[in-house]
Design a protein around this ligand. Structure first.
Ligand code: IVH
Length: 668
């Protein structure tokens, strides 16, 4: 193809893919299959790789993110990001209305919008392209999180339609849908990590993640609620939002114009319960004067605008009776107490259970069976017990004592010093722990075994066919196809996938073993540092903790794992089945110790290698990638377009600045 034809095809593919993304993520109306989409994306990826001169940071291919650690640069907001004053009653809203009417005689309208509960973001667009994404920060300066924001599929990287100003800002809320939140917390629990307390923390934690690949996987969403700049399409806020919708932004479909406070209050009442039907969290309503010129006239106080106010819904609370407390054992052995309640209607759903988190909470509430308890649904999705009406307690009521033995296997529970949770230590004999370990092993991020999900694992376990991760490799076709709801086809699929899992790289196998505190990143570090399972097994606590990012907790967990003869038996069986227990040859061949003890920071873009590749080379040659400059940094590996602040800092600290060429010479 001639160069202009290639450029044309690239541009065509980009537009088509953008349109499909928009239809899928903004309109929720997919028009092609995932497979068809992937084919087009692959074609574009290939063309962009072959013809790097047509690189564009806003291409749909750039939405996958990069694995490179990146410190966030602080950027000044062009318009400060203020907060809203809050109100909790109709009376306060009427006061707000009166204050405005004292300042103006002009007739005006309000707009009511849902108050989304995530983390706010300000996007700058230049000539129809996303230029910068900045977090709220302290309102004056925010973090530049552009790379992470590019991975959010409902955010347009190039605008549709016409009529947008050459430069403008648009602000909105980045949100994590409830469904993704549940999934992430399940995964975190599986890896022994603390779950996110609520969707807001999960959204902001994700947005500030150092790796944009993590952000891409988390499936964040974003709704926009404010347009800023010169030459906006209208003096009406809601009209500007409608225009932004035409340019490709996701705008709340539920905003409404209100003629007066009575209408505002009706809107608030309407959404009191209805908001629980939404896929994302909301915690109130924002009421705004619609006219932008009137907004400007009314102005702001130091902290918040005079033309807007938030109405926050009270966390709804009801009382009910505590029937019993039962205990759930998770895949890591952690025991969670659950309160079983007389069913009661709360915030639109019937609540029968509430989490009690741990033994301390039960003790502090001084819970007794039959107590009248207060249940609340706050930002968290699972209701919790916030208090007890001890006056109405029956004198003979029995105190709730945390159990001493595992409800699943009877083993005496333990509680590690400094930890809130009780654990069942019977890792190899406690059913939910065994099944959980197998589920983790077969999961997508680990061995990725097709067809071996929770339900099938349950069936196989109940039939007595599997008791550990090695057993799944001994399964026979008939054993699977004879199971309820499974047939020949499913059995074949599972066996094929098991067979294919022999090529899954060592770092994933290591992660799949489910060693406590050895998540994906730690597994990767261990695999690259120690190269094979024998070296990891042999490594002393000192050797392990000498590796960056491996602390005492991880080292001890590894020692405990290898000290268990059952684990060694399972590992030997997996080895016999042909699973990868060492780094592949390509990774091994490129290894050296030339950068041993050196800390290197990469910044900018490079001509010969991608940043990910350079980072890999640093690791393979024994060096350490760091994300911020300090006096301990050995080199700044500087590429094109490197930020002046980084160069300045390196010069100030006397840190040698090297080019890609210098670096390649360094590692020979
Ligand atoms: S307007 C001057 N509209 O609430 C501030 N904010 O408490 C203008 N928020 O930082 C903000 N939904 O993160 C506005 N429909 C909405 C909103 C909204 C959620 C958040 C936003 C803001 C915070 C203020």
């Amino acid at each position: 193809m001639a160069n202009e034809n290639i450029e044309k095809r690239i541009s065509e593919l980009r537009s088509t893919l953008e349109d499909y993304n928009y239809r899928y993520y903004v309109l929720s109306e997919p028009v092609i299959s995932d497979h068809e989409f992937d084919l087009l994306l692959k074609e574009l990826e290939k063309l962009e790789a072959d013809y790097p001169e047509f690189f564009d940071p806003n291409s749909p291919t750039q939405r996958v993110g990069s694995d490179l650690n990146k410190e966030f640069e602080q950027v000044r907001h062009q318009y400060p990001m203020l907060s809203l004053s809050n109100s909790y009653s109709e009376e306060e809203l009427r006061d707000f209305d009166q204050k405005i009417r004292k300042l103006t005689d002009q007739a005006f309208e309000y707009v009511c919008e849902l108050k989304y509960d995530g983390t706010s973001i300000s996007l700058r667009y230049k000539n129809g392209r996303l230029d910068k994404a900045i977090t709220r920060g302290d309102g004056t300066f925010g973090d530049d999180v552009t790379a992470n924001v590019r991975t959010i599929k409902s955010i347009p990287l190039r605008l549709k339609g016409t009529g947008f100003p050459d430069e403008f800002e648009i602000r909105g809320e980045i949100l994590l849908p409830f469904s993704v939140f549940d999934q992430i917390n399940e995964e975190r629990a599986g890896e022994g990590e603390a779950p996110f307390a609520n969707v807001r923390n999960a959204a902001s934690g994700t947005l500030k993640s150092q790796k944009s690949t993590v952000v891409a996987e988390r499936k964040l969403d974003a709704y926009f609620y404010s347009l800023l700049g010169e030459n906006l399409p209208s003096d009406g806020h809601i009209q500007c939002m409608m225009a932004a919708k035409e340019w490709g932004f996701k705008i709340s479909p539920d905003s409404e114009k209100c003629a007066n406070m009575d209408d505002v209050i009706a809107f608030i009442r309407k959404w009191n319960l209805k908001r629980y039907e939404l896929p994302v969290a909301t915690d109130g309503i924002v009421i705004k004067v619609n006219s932008l010129s009137l907004q400007q006239y009314l102005g702001t106080t130091a902290k918040s605008p005079r033309w807007a106010i938030a109405y926050k819904y009270k966390a709804e609370q009801v009382s009910t009776i505590l029937k019993s407390v039962t205990y759930q054992v998770g895949r890591t052995g952690a025991v969670t107490p659950v309160a079983n309640l007389d069913p009661v209607l709360l915030a639109g759903t019937t609540v029968k259970r509430a989490t009690l988190h741990n033994a301390d909470i039960i003790k502090n509430l001084d819970l007794h069976v039959g107590d009248t308890v207060f249940v609340e649904k706050g930002g968290e999705i699972i209701p919790k017990i916030t208090g007890v009406d001890s006056d109405s307690r029956h004198p003979m009521a029995q105190k709730v004592d945390f159990i001493r033995n595992c409800p699943e296997c009877g083993t005496t529970l333990i509680r590690n010093e400094g930890e809130a949770a009780h654990y069942c230590p019977n890792e190899d004999g406690c059913p939910p722990q065994i099944k959980g370990k197998i589920e983790h092993f077969t999961s997508r991020k680990a061995m990725n075994i097709d067809g071996l999900g929770q339900e099938t694992i349950d069936l196989l376990y109940n039939e007595g066919l599997i008791r550990n991760i090695a057993d799944i490799y001994d399964l026979k076709k008939e054993q699977i196809s004879n199971l309820e709801r499974l047939g020949d086809k499913s059995a074949e699929r599972i066996l094929k996938s098991l067979d294919e899992s022999r090529t899954v790289p060592f770092e994933k196998v290591l992660f799949a073993l489910g060693i406590r505190f050895v998540g994906e990143t730690v597994a990767k570090i261990l695999a690259h540092r120690l190269m094979n399972i024998e070296n990891i097994e042999k490594a002393s606590l000192e050797e392990l903790t000498a590796i960056d990012e491996i602390g005492g907790r991880i080292a001890e967990s590894l020692h405990a794992y290898f000290a268990n003869p059952e684990n060694i038996r399972i590992l030997n069986r997996l080895k016999e089945k042909g699973l990868q227990m060492e780094l592949d040859e390509a990774s091994l061949a490129n290894r050296s110790a030339k950068l041993e003890g050196l800390s290197i920071i990469i910044s900018g873009t490079f001509d010969k290698n991608s940043r990910d590749d350079l980072k890999k080379m640093i690791e393979q040659n024994g060096g350490k990638n760091v994300s911020s400059i300090s006096k301990n940094t050995s080199y700044l590996l500087a590429g094109n377009n490197i930020g002046p602040s980084k160069l300045e800092k390196a010069e100030k600290l006397n840190i040698p600045i090297i080019s890609e060429e210098d670096f390649l010479k360094l590692i020979g």
